[in-house]
Design a protein around this ligand. Structure first.
Ligand code: BTN
Length: 279
């Protein structure tokens, strides 16, 4: 790892540390991780692993972490702000053999993140469709799953996770939605990032090893238990249209079910959902 530049880290947070992460991992995860690379600064951990994915010598189970991303990417072409200060930007490269049905994977990853946060002592986390991690209706984290082309019959997927741990007060203006970080939630005593990363990796590796067999179906009921917007009035922005209604839930295959103001229950595979209070 390149040395962390002065001012990159809030004084009360420890630096990302491979040995500290390694120490906390379950032995099953240890046996599946190919490599953990830690960067002080990177354009985007997802972009790096997507670029490496086409290279067959980069194995499944490669983990990429960065203290700071200069061009972090979010869903639907958005910017993901990870200013210096101490956040979590984690990407994992996973190669699936003879399996190409990833549509529900990001929802299942949401469940993994919610569970890891709960194990780390963070109460009150909820999931917003399709893949936002919320705390009291404010965004704590997000997921960006990207699939790269085929290489010799296998499909490479990059799972990117961003979690706000400490957003410096002079950088909050960059973020254009209601947000929260672990520092605020825990009033200045966030869990160790290295420990939380190990918990996230334990959950992710558990999920990935049998996702091709069990698929989203075996996670959707759990996703519903974390879903925090059922019954709320919302607007789904989709293809230039604003569809108003009440969030009803998610279907077994992970589609958003909305009771639309203009007539009945409809299912949606994509879109940007906003509560009406924020519209
Ligand atoms: C979203 O909510 O829009 C998804 C945000 C995903 C951000 C993470 S941070 C690690 C990885 N690298 C990126 O550039 N994006 C993802």
């Amino acid at each position: 790892m390149t040395p962390i530049k002065a001012g990159y880290l809030s004084h009360h947070l420890e630096a990302l540390d491979e040995m500290a992460i390694w120490k906390e991992l379950s032995s099953a995860t240890k046996s599946r991780i190919a490599e953990i690379e830690i960067h002080s600064e990177l354009d985007s951990t997802n972009s790096r692993l997507m670029a490496l994915a086409s290279c067959n010598s980069v194995p499944t189970g490669t983990v990429c972490l960065a203290e700071y991303q200069t061009q972090g990417r979010g869903r639907i072409g958005r910017v993901w702000h990870t200013p210096p200060g101490g956040n979590i930007c984690l990407s994992l490269l996973w190669r699936f053999k003879n399996f190409d049905s990833f549509s529900g994977l990001s929802l299942a990853v949401g469940v993994s993140i919610a569970k890891a946060l709960r194990t780390a002592g963070i109460e009150g986390v909820g999931l917003k469709w399709p893949n936002d991690i919320l705390w009291r209706e404010r965004k704590l984290g997000g997921i960006l799953v990207e699939a790269s082309g085929e290489a010799q019959g296998s499909h490479a997927v990059v799972i990117g996770i961003g979690i706000n741990v400490h957003i410096p007060s002079n950088r909050t203006g960059d973020i254009d939605q209601a947000w929260v970080d672990l520092d605020q939630i825990t009033t200045g005593h966030p869990p160790s990032r290295n420990q939380l990363i190990a918990l996230l990796l334990d959950e992710l590796f558990l999920l990935l090893q049998d996702y091709p067999v069990r698929g989203l179906q075996s996670h959707i009921e759990e996703w519903r238990q974390w879903h925090c917007q059922v019954g709320q009035k919302a607007v789904l922005h989709l293809g230039g249209k604003a569809i108003r209604g009440v969030v009803s839930g998610v279907s077994d295959d992970g589609l958003l079910v909305m009771d639309c103001d203009d007539g009945g229950l409809r299912q949606f595979a994509s879109g940007d959902l906003k509560l009406r209070a924020y519209d």
